[in-house]
Every structure is written in C-alpha cells, then in structure tokens.
Design a protein around this ligand. Structure first.
Ligand code: SF4
Length: 329
C-alpha cells in the first residue's frame, strides 16, 4: 500500500464519515442511489431525499415500476432533473436487462444511463469492495494539492493524470472502501476549497502544495475564455434615401437582421472601431462612410434603403446606430 493510501485508510477508519445512511451497505442499489443524488449536491441536502426515496422505493424493482411523475415529484427541489430521468431509465434497464442485479464491472455499469466512470467505481468499491478508483471534485482537489499538479482539472491531459494516480495508489479490496471514502471525506472536511485545515491533515507530511506554499493556488482555476478577435470593414452606403442595408443570411450572428455590407479584414485598420463582444468572439467593426447616388438598385443582394435616423424598431443589429454615429452619417 502506498504512503498516501495507508495514511488515508488509517484516518478514514477513525475520523472519516462512517455513519451516513448509505454507508456500510453491500446493496449496490443504495450506493448507486446515493451517488446519483450526491452529484453536485451537498450531503446535508441529500439526507432527507435519500430517506424518502428509499422508504417509497426500497428496491430497484420498486423504483423501476414507479410512474415517472411520482419519481419527478419526489426529486423536486434536488435540481439537475436529468439525473432523475436517468435514475428511472437506469432502474428499468437493471430490472429488464440484468434481472434486477447491477452489473459488477465498470464497463457494464457505464453502459447504463447516467453512470459515468467515477459513479461506476464508487458503486463497485463502496458496495462490493471491488478495487476501482473514483474521481469527483473532492478527489481532484486533494490530488492537485497532494501531488502539486498545476493545470485546470477539466483539461483531458490533467484528468488523465488524476485517473492514473488514483489507479496507482489504489489499495486492494480489503481497504479500497476506506481509501475511496477517505479521499471524499478528506476533500469535504479538511482539504476544503477555502481555508483547508492542513494542520489536522493526515497527508500534511507529504503534501507537495503545502511544501511549496501553493495550497491556495491549487487546483488551478478554469482559465478565462480566450475570445478570438475578428476585424471587419462595415461599408455604410448613404444617400438622400438613407442607409443601404441587406438581410443577413446563414446561422451567424445577426442572422435575419438587416446590416450594412461587411468585409473581413486580415489586419486591424487605423482609425476608430466599434467593439462588439460575443461569448467566443470579439468583433472590431470599422465603419466606412460612402455617399452614393440614390440609384443603388434596391434589388442588389436583396437590400434596400432605410431612412435615417433609423426607426427604433428597425430590424438591425443594436450596434448599427452606433456605427452610423461613429462614421458621422
Ligand atoms: S496538507 Fe492541506 S492541502 Fe495538503 S492534502 Fe492536506 S489539507 Fe490538502
């Protein structure tokens, strides 16, 4: 057993959480139910829901036979309702395809609705002492700090590193339950997101983040979204008729709205630009005013003249009046 697993198992046995209603059960149904409820939800919130569910549906067969509305109403308030729909679908698959018995392999469990790799590992290890790792937010935080791993845990390369460490430090079946439970308990009670209680931690002697003074930096937060910059020349043809606009087609931004002709630029231009920010993009729009004779054909590219100033309810992008103002039109 590695130093990490030995310390965790010893600590969990004495100081971990050992009296939660779904613990110390060899019934995969109970462990699975609790694991699904605990996703993105605090233990204190889950307790009441778990008891009510188990009283009403004491077995997977009882749950599989339930009406959808009853399950959804018992779930009401727990949030993330896709979990409840998957819960029911999963119970029905276990009863119909597996004779009421949960599969005893990671692959078999992961083939069921709503069960990912970590939930599969939890069901196998916590109910049946099968040595399989788990990986939830608490475990990621403990690993990032203990091993001093920098990099956002949502990145596949970091996630892969966490899984291989969880596998490498996995003890045998005699202590896997305490090891996995210990990781979750440590992350929930001592190695917390803010103000971790390192002085009480059984791992403090080998914790890389503690040695390097990087506890508060880890796990690495999600990097801010990098917006792609795009530059456009916006040609504002104006005449005594107003400004010439054409409807935007396709699925892009402003689709269905009327806009002045735009030309994508390889480089930014000199001069004033109007910045328009979207979730993934930052448009720099350079207005170019071109006075033309009013004969510009109405039919060109399906466009037409819009009188200036634009009416409040004109079907144009919100930035167009500002572009016109910027251009001096
Ligand atoms: S020593 Fe502190 S940072 Fe390191 S694992 Fe323990 S609680 Fe977390």
């Amino acid at each position: 057993m590695s130093e990490l697993s030995a310390a965790l198992v010893a600590w969990q046995t004495v100081q971990g959480r050992n009296n939660l209603p779904w613990q110390n059960s060899s019934d995969p149904y109970k462990v699975w139910l609790s694991e699904i409820m605990l996703q993105q939800t605090q233990v204190s919130t889950v307790l009441g829901y778990y008891e009510r569910f188990l009283t009403r549906f004491p077995t997977v067969q009882a749950l599989a036979a339930a009406k959808d509305e009853e399950v959804m109403s018992l779930w009401a308030g727990l949030g993330y309702y896709a979990r409840a729909r998957n819960l029911l679908a999963c119970a029905r698959r276990v009863v119909n395809d597996h004779n009421g018995c949960f599969p005893d392999t990671v692959e078999g469990l992961m083939a069921l609705p709503g069960i990912g790799r970590s939930t599969a590992g939890a069901v196998l290890s916590l109910a049946s002492d099968i040595a399989q790792p788990i990986m939830d937010g608490n475990v990621r935080r403990v690993f990032a700090r203990y091993f001093g791993i920098h990099g956002f845990p949502g990145l596949p390369v970091i996630e892969k590193q966490f899984w291989s460490l969880a596998q490498a430090h996995l003890p045998d079946k005699t202590t896997v339950r305490a090891y996995n439970q210990g990781l979750m308990d440590l992350g929930a009670t001592l190695c917390t997101r803010s103000k971790p209680l390192c002085m009480h931690c059984p791992l403090s002697g080998q914790c890389e983040a503690l040695k390097q003074g990087t506890v508060s930096e880890l796990p690495t937060p999600k990097p801010p979204m990098v917006r792609k910059h795009e530059h456009y020349r916006v040609v504002l043809h104006t005449s005594s008729e107003g400004v010439w606009l054409a409807p935007r087609t396709g699925r892009g931004v402003w689709s269905g709205l009327w806009m002045a002709p735009m030309e994508k630029l390889a480089e930014p231009l000199e001069g004033q630009c109007l910045v328009h920010e979207l979730t993934h993009r930052r448009y720099c729009l350079y207005p170019v005013l071109q006075s033309v004779a009013a004969e510009l054909p109405d039919s060109a590219e399906g466009g037409r003249w819009f009188a200036l100033p634009l009416a409040d309810d004109a079907p144009v992008p919100a930035c167009l009046p500002r572009l016109l103002a910027l251009s001096g039109a």
